[in-house]
Design a protein around this ligand. Structure first.
Ligand SMILES: Nc1ncnc2c1ncn2[C@@H]1O[C@H](COP(=O)(O)OP(=O)(O)OP(=O)(O)O)[C@@H](O)[C@H]1O
Ligand SMILES: [Mg+2]
Length: 504
C-alpha cells in the first residue's frame, strides 16, 4: 500500500452499490492524489465502471463514503458531479451531432452578447484556446457529426478543462483509438497531471498502464484488493491479484500445423477511397493475421468479403466458388462467419435477459440473414461462454446490465460456435480482460486445429504475432507486406504498417 504524501483529492471508502440482489460494487476503495494518474484494474465485471458511475453521479451509493477535496459528497445527478469538478470521459462520448464543436464544449453555458444571442466569435476563440493548450487542432466551428472517436474524447477533455475539473476519469478510453491517437491522449493526460489534476485511468492493456500511470489499484469481485506504486509491482503480480490465481496471459499457439486447401481467395478487391488491389488467400487450419493501424481499412475489407458492404472491383472465392457480392446471406451459406468489431451493437439484444441472449444471439443475428442456428451450436456457445468466464450479475437481468467486457464475451462465444469454414474475427479480445484473453486465443487455436480457416484482424501486435501463421499488413487501404510466422517481428510489422510513401 502506497502512502500518498499529499492528501487525496478524491477518496472512496467501502463504497457499495447493489441492483436488486446483484452486488455490482461490494467495497470499492480508492485514494486519488492530485497530480497523479491512477490506474484502476480488474477482470470484466469487477465493478470498475460501477465505481466510476458512483463518482460521476450516475448511481447513488448504498453505503460507504466519497470525499472530494476533504468534504463528503453524495451526488444526486451527473450535473452535480460536474459542478463539483468531476469529469468523466467515456470510451465513446455522446455529443450533440448537429451542433458545432464549440457549442458542444460550451453546452449549457454559451457566452452571450448583449441581447442574449450566442456569441459565436468568443465561443470559437475560447474553444480554439483550449485546443491549443491541449496541442491539438480541431476546427471549433465544424459540426460534431463525423468527428473521430479520438477527437470526440479530446472535445470532452477540453470541456472538462474549461470547467476546471479537478478529477478526470477515463473508462477504457483507448479501446477504439489508433496508436497515434493513444499517444496524443497520453501526452494530454500527462499535461493535466502536471497541472495538479487527478486522473483515474481504466484499461485492460497493461502496456498502457505501465507507460502512463504512477499508481495502480486492483479490484476483484466488486471489492478493493490492493494499491501499488507502479514501480514496485510487475504485470504478473497485478494479474495474479486481479484474478486470484496464476494465469497465462499469452496462449502458446500450436505450431507446425500444415495448412490444407485454400478456403478463401480474394483477388484484386477494390472499393474506391477505402481499399484497392487486395489479393490474398486463407487456407484450412491457418490463422492469417491482418495487422495495421486503426483506420487502415481492415474492417472494411472484412465487411466487403462478408457482403455487408459492396465493392467495385475484384473477386471473392470460397472453396474455389465465386461468391456473390453484397449478400451476407450467401456468404453465410457459403460458410463464412464474421465476428464484428462492434459486437455490442451488432450482436446483443440489450433489453432482453442475459439467459435469453445466451440462446438467441446467434439465432437472431443469423435470422437477419435468413438462417437459423442448431442445437449443437447452442451447446458449443454455452460451453464457450463458460470457458470465457462470462460473469453476469443475474441471468434474469437485461443483457445491457452486464459489464462491457462480459457483453463482448457472450457475443464472441456465440459467434465462435457457428462453426463456419472461414471465420473472420475483428479485434477478438477488445474489452476482454487479461485473464480471459489466453482463453480466446486457445479457442481460436482449437478451431484452426479442427480445420477452420481464420482471418484475424487485431491492432494488438503481441496478439497478431502470437496467433498468426501468416501476417498481412494493411496500410491506407493497400496490402503493404506479408510475413511468415518466423519473419513477423514487431519491428517488421510496425514498419510496414506506418512507413511513409517516400520510404516505400
Ligand atoms: N444496472 C445494473 N443492473 C444490474 N447489474 C449491474 C448493473 N450495472 C452493473 N451490474 C453488474 O455489476 C457487475 C460489475 O459491472 P461493471 O460494469 O462495474 O464491471 P467492470 O469492472 O467495469 O467490467 P468491464 O471490464 O467488463 O467493463 C457486473 O456483474 C454487472 O453485471
Ligand atoms: Mg467497465
Amino acid at each position: 500500500m502506497t502512502i500518498p504524501d499529499t492528501p487525496p483529492v478524491l477518496e472512496l471508502r467501502d463504497v457499495r452499490k447493489t441492483f436488486g440482489s446483484v452486488v455490482a460494487l461490494d467495497s470499492g476503495s480508492l485514494a486519488l492524489s492530485p497530480g497523479s494518474i491512477h490506474a484502476l484494474v480488474g477482470e470484466n465485471g469487477a465493478g470498475k465502471s460501477t465505481l466510476v458511475k458512483v463518482i460521476a453521479g450516475v448511481h447513488r451509493r448504498d453505503s460507504g463514503s466519497v470525499t472530494l477535496a476533504g468534504s463528503e459528497v453524495d451526488f444526486g445527478s451527473t450535473a452535480d458531479a460536474k459542478d463539483a469538478g468531476i469529469a468523466v470521459i467515456y470510451q465513446e462520448p455522446t455529443l450533440f451531432p448537429d451542433l458545432t464543436v464549440a457549442e458542444n464544449v460550451f453546452m449549457g453555458r454559451h457566452p452571450v452578447r448583449a441581447g442574449g444571442a450566442i456569441d459565436r466569435h468568443v465561443m470559437n476563440e475560447q474553444t480554439s484556446a483550449l485546443f491549443e493548450r491541449l496541442g491539438v487542432s480541431i476546427d471549433p466551428s465544424r459540426q460534431a457529426l463525423g468527428l473521430s472517436i479520438a477527437d470526440q474524447q479530446i472535445l470532452e477533455i477540453a470541456k472538462a478543462i474549461s470547467l476546471d475539473a479537478r478529477v478526470l476519469v477515463m473508462d477504457e478510453p483507448t479501446a477504439a483509438l489508433s496508436g497515434i491517437e493513444v499517444k496524443r491522449l497520453f501526452t494530454i493526460a500527462r499535461a493535466l497531471r502536471d497541472e495538479g489534476r487527478g486522473i483515474i485511468f481504466i484499461s485492460h492493456r497493461f502496456d498502457e498502464i505501465f507507460d502512463l500511470c504512477d499508481t495502480v489499484t486492483v479490484m476483484r469481485d466488486g471489492a478493493y484488493i490492493s494499491t501499488h506504486n507502479i514501480d514496485d509491482v510487475t504485470p504478473a503480480e497485478i494479474v495474479t491479484r486481479m484474478v486470484g490465481r496464476d494465469v497465462d496471459t499469452l496462449f502458446p499457439k500450436t505450431e507446425g500445423t500444415q495448412p490444407g486447401d485454400v478456403v478463401l481467395s480474394v483477388e484484386n478487391l477494390g472499393s474506391p477511397g477505402t481499399f484497392s488491389g487486395i489479393t490474398f488467400t486463407v487456407r484450412e487450419r491457418e490463422i492469417v493475421g491482418l495487422a495495421g493501424l486503426v483506420g487502415a481499412g481492415r474492417s472494411e475489407i472484412a465487411r466487403a468479403i462478408f457482403g455487408i458492404d459492396d465493392y467495385a472491383s475484384g473477386v471473392v472465392r470460397i472453396d474455389g466458388n465465386m461468391l456473390a457480392k453484397g449478400n451476407p446471406r450467401k456468404a453465410i451459406a457459403a460458410g463464412i462467419g464474421l465476428v464484428p468489431e462492434d459486437r455490442r451493437q451488432q450482436g446483443l439484444i440489450v433489453d432482453m435477459s442475459v439467459a435469453r441472449n445466451m440462446t438467441l444471439v446467434i439465432r437472431r443475428s443469423l435470422a437477419k440473414w435468413g438462417l437459423m442456428s442448431s442445437r449443437s451450436e447452442y451447446d458449443r456457445a454455452h460451453d464457450g461462454a463458460a470457458k470465457l468466464r462470462v460473469k453476469a450479475g443475474s441471468l434474469e437481468s437485461d443483457a445491457g446490465t452486464m459489464s462491457g467486457g462480459n457483453q463482448q464475451k457472450v457475443v464472441l462465444a456465440k459467434w465462435l460456435a457457428t462453426n463456419p469454414r472461414l471465420l473472420i474475427v475483428d479485434e477478438p479480445t477488445r474489452g476482454i480482460d487479461v485473464g480471459t484473453k489466453a482463453e480466446v486465443h486457445r479457442l481460436l487455436d482449437e478451431l484452426a486445429q479442427e480445420g477452420m480457416a481464420i482471418l484475424m484482424i487485431s491492432s494488438e501486435l503481441p496478439e497478431v504475432l502470437g496467433m498468426s501463421d501468416r501476417v498481412l499488413v494493411v496500410r491506407e487501404g493497400r496490402l503493404t507486406a506479408e510475413f511468415s510466422r518466423d519473419e513477423a517481428t514487431s519491428e517488421a510489422v510496425m514498419t510496414a504498417a506506418t512507413r511513409t510513401e517516400e520510404a516505400a
